[in-house]
Design a protein around this ligand. Structure first.
Ligand code: PEP
Ligand code: MN
Length: 344
């Protein structure tokens, strides 16, 4: 921490602050300027009392952290990218993943047919929510536990991993028994008890950024899970709430570049929930690839006009196929490998 003293502070004020720093277990290093003096307190804050409270002293102007709060996921301490194994694939090791599937699991036929089509078109992982966090309590809430065997069947028949959301702690065991990757949705991105409990499964986790979370808050949410001993965390930027009304959310491309630069974790982008409309998903996906994303997650429905949730942002499978074809040269140009589509 850097403790900035008030302008023209007296020697005894500086000595008093140095003494407090020592009492809290840190080593003070004082730099005296013409007008202002700063006291640099050296020591690992994660295991000691925080120095933030020194800001309440009359003689102190401000207290500023120098240490990044997310040490376990930071590239500074972990220069090598984290590689996550999902099925027989790797995430974060140079392969580009395309996660696709419906917003919600609605029926056997809808899930299986959509999954078959997207895998044929090049999707590497299937998505589909059994438990849905809906804004209105009157909207379709997902099939719940009844959706899980449908996901299990999809996974077995097509030999592809599935991602699905965990809404609450009591569902973790059931969801973890079928999912290859557990999703923490934007609305739960700061539910720290849930983050820790999901981390305890040891399974790969896709962590969406909260609707109004800063990049720092998003990364600290990931840090919570890594601190529990689970390093298999995929960060997912899905747009944040802004004043803009042309899109459902605002895709924060800077967050993708910063997460890639600052952390060792793989980063995915969900352009569907960012845009909330189909006509810009191609462009947003290309931007995600250019910013360094390791994958995208796109909503696709066999019959979007009949979808029980997010109908306006789900591609038809044939349009999804065109998207994958269009993205291929961008993925290659970004130095990532397109994993070849399986034929099922
Ligand atoms: C989803 O991906 O199904 C979803 C609900 O997204 P988000 O949590 O980003 O809103
Ligand atoms: Mn959705």
């Amino acid at each position: 921490m850097i403790i900035v003293m008030n302008a023209h502070s007296r020697d005894e004020d500086i000595a008093m602050v140095e003494q407090k720093v020592r009492e809290l277990g840190y080593e003070p290093h004082t730099i005296r300027g013409e007008v202002r003096t700063v006291v640099a307190a050296v020591g690992d804050e994660s295991v000691k009392t925080s120095l933030e409270s020194l800001a309440t002293l009359d003689v102190v102007e401000t207290v500023m952290p120098v240490q990044k709060k997310y040490t376990l996921i930071s590239r500074e301490t972990h220069p090598d990218p984290t590689i996550i194994r999902v099925g027989d694939m790797e995430i974060g090791g140079g392969a580009f993943h395309i996660v696709a599937g419906p917003c919600s699991v609605e029926s056997d036929v809808q899930m299986l047919e959509t999954a078959r089509r997207v895998v044929r078109a090049g999707a590497t992982i299937i998505r589909g929510g059994a438990f849905k966090p809906r804004t209105s309590p009157y909207s379709f809430q997902g099939l719940g536990v009844e959706g899980l065997p449908i996901l299990a069947r999809t996974r077995e028949e097509l030999h592809v991993p599935v991602i699905t959301e965990v809404l609450r702690e009591s569902d973790i065991e059931a969801v973890a028994s079928v999912a290859d990757v557990l999703q923490i949705g934007a609305r739960n991105a700061m539910n720290y008890a849930l983050l820790e409990a999901v981390a305890d499964t040891g399974k790969p986790i896709l962590l969406k950024r909260g609707l109004a979370a800063t990049i720092n808050e998003w990364l600290l949410a990931a840090e919570y899970m890594v601190k529990k001993g689970n390093r298999n965390i995929i960060l997912c930027e899905r747009g944040i709430r802004t004043f803009e009304t042309e899109t459902r959310n605002t895709l924060d491309i800077s967050a993708v570049a910063i997460a890639k630069q600052e952390t060792c974790l793989p980063v995915f982008v969900d352009p569907s929930h960012a845009a909330g409309r189909l006509d810009i998903i191609h462009a947003l996906s290309k931007a995600a690839i250019a910013a360094g994303a390791d994958g995208i997650m796109v909503e696709v429905h066999i019959k979007p006009e009949e979808a029980l949730s997010d109908g306006s942002q789900q591609f038809r499978p044939d349009v999804f196929g065109e998207l994958v074809e269009q993205l291929e040269p961008y993925i290659r140009a970004a130095g990532k490998q397109m994993i070849s589509a399986r034929v099922v």
